[in-house]
Design a binder for this molecule. Structure first.
Ligand SMILES: [Zn+2]
Length: 160
């Protein structure tokens, strides 16, 4: 686990959602300008590796993952008044909270980065997802932070 080196990039996208179970304002349909920081935290990094990962590769990986959500309405799928709205939409099968979105992005980025770095690379993906200037959700996924089987099943079922 020696030699930690990491890179981080910042991304933004626009998305609307609602949290149907929420007892406050979040149960109303509303939108955010999401600001997402994605970090690739790599262990056993050697100077001979030269870089953790090309920033250009991280950019294209994350932008491709964001695209289905950008200017889209993201729902759990049980919000009967909204699921048929004729607009760009993603139905997750779980609540579109910042925490859950961060976990979805973390696993998807991990898979794509693993494809770039190869099997021997040991790394975590850290995601920090701001919904407002004040509030963000954070997660980490990777060699040190596996998710449980049920969580992985739900995340993998998301059709984006
Ligand atoms: Zn919200």
């Amino acid at each position: 686990m020696g030699n930690l080196a990491a890179i981080e990039s910042k991304f933004t996208f626009e998305m609307s959602h609602l949290l149907h179970w929420h007892e406050g304002q979040c149960s109303n349909l509303h939108g955010h300008t999401y600001v997402m920081y994605v970090e690739v935290e790599r262990f056993n990094y050697s100077l001979h590796d030269r870089i953790v990962l090309d920033f250009k590769d991280l950019k294209s990986i994350v932008e491709e993952l964001i695209e289905p959500f950008d200017h889209a309405l993201t729902l759990e799928g049980v919000e009967t008044a909204y699921v048929d709205l004729p607009t760009k939409k993603v139905l997750l099968g779980f609540s579109p909270s910042a925490e859950n979105m961060a976990m979805l992005f973390a696993t998807r980025v991990y898979s794509a980065v693993a494809g770039k770095l190869g099997k021997s690379a040991e790394f975590n993906i850290r995601v920090k997802l701001f919904e407002t200037q004040r509030n963000c959700a954070k997660t980490a996924y990777g060699v040190d932070y596996p998710y449980d089987e049920e969580t992985m099943k739900l995340l993998e079922a998301v059709n984006v």
